[in-house]
Design a protein. Structure first.
Length: 274
């Protein structure tokens, strides 16, 4: 017979992290429409924009003169896949609250950081798997990865996925409807991606400033550099921040979103009390 004391004993924080992360993975692969939506739409964007804008595109800089638009847009498409996956993963917070699962987690004897980290790692793992699948298509646009560059790219994508999933968590935690979440995505998250240098270079001064203030820009720029790691004549556009700056900003972005998510998870919303 289990005593009351043992039944109320706190669960191991890392066991909570594993359980919640595994739940996100199982849920994602059981919903195949999410797999198609998160990977298929960015792939369609990449193919259509590469075909439509390719003839008129000229990347800034002498080294990038021969860079095709499909090759330029490729890192941005990888980041778009990560962004879409993070959004779809954190929308489940609203569904969990509606179904009562989130309330059960909140009253359990677990630490808040373990709940947040489990949720974020689940979304991060899903985003990373899909990004790696799309990276394989880089061979179709003439990219030739080195093993070091590929490993570093996956590590940067992991940190960026964690940051974007944390950002999605911050938005979804206060939301009571998926419609409101999609509205925020349309007016905030997609413009954030567009102003990251993923879709077009920031040639004008005011666009350049907006891109410098956007933390996502450093993830895109870092991925551009890592995909051409080891090439002496890498076709990189002018004005990219250094690789060390990209790493520092992306890591800081992930740390800040995780810290804010953990803090916000300590506050109850109206939906949590229902």
């Amino acid at each position: 017979m289990v005593s009351v004391e043992s039944a109320a004993a706190p669960t191991s924080s890392w066991a909570v992290v594993r359980a919640l992360a595994s739940r996100e993975l199982v849920r994602f692969f059981r919903q195949r429409n999410r797999v198609v939506g998160a990977l298929g739409q960015p792939l369609l964007f990449w193919l259509l924009f590469a075909a439509g804008l390719g003839p008129s595109f000229r990347a800034p800089g002498a080294q990038a003169a021969q860079l095709s638009y499909g090759e330029y847009f490729f890192p941005g498409t990888v980041v778009l896949i990560v962004l879409f996956t993070a959004i779809f993963a954190t929308i489940s917070i609203i569904e969990d609250r509606r179904e009562g699962f989130l309330q059960s987690v909140l009253v359990a004897p677990i630490t808040r950081w373990s709940m947040v980290l489990g949720k974020l790692l689940g979304g991060t793992a899903i985003a990373l798997v899909q990004a790696i699948v799309f990276l394989a298509l880089g061979l179709a646009v003439g990219l030739h990865f080195t093993w070091i560059g590929l490993a570093a790219s996956m590590l940067l994508l992991f940190v960026l996925s964690l940051a974007l999933t944390g950002l999605g968590f911050l938005i979804a935690w206060r939301m009571d409807s998926t419609q409101g979440f999609h509205a925020i995505m349309s007016v905030f998250l997609l413009p954030m991606w567009l102003l990251s240098g993923a879709f077009f270079p920031g040639d004008s001064p005011w666009l350049g400033w907006l891109m410098r203030l956007n933390p996502l820009s450093y993830g895109v720029a870092g991925l551009r550099r890592l995909l051409y790691w080891g090439l002496a004549d890498a076709p990189l556009p002018e004005g990219l921040p250094s690789l060390s700056t990209c790493w520092l900003v992306t890591i800081a972005f992930a740390v800040v979103t995780f810290a804010l998510s953990t803090k916000m998870a300590g506050y109850r919303t109206t939906g949590d009390l229902l």
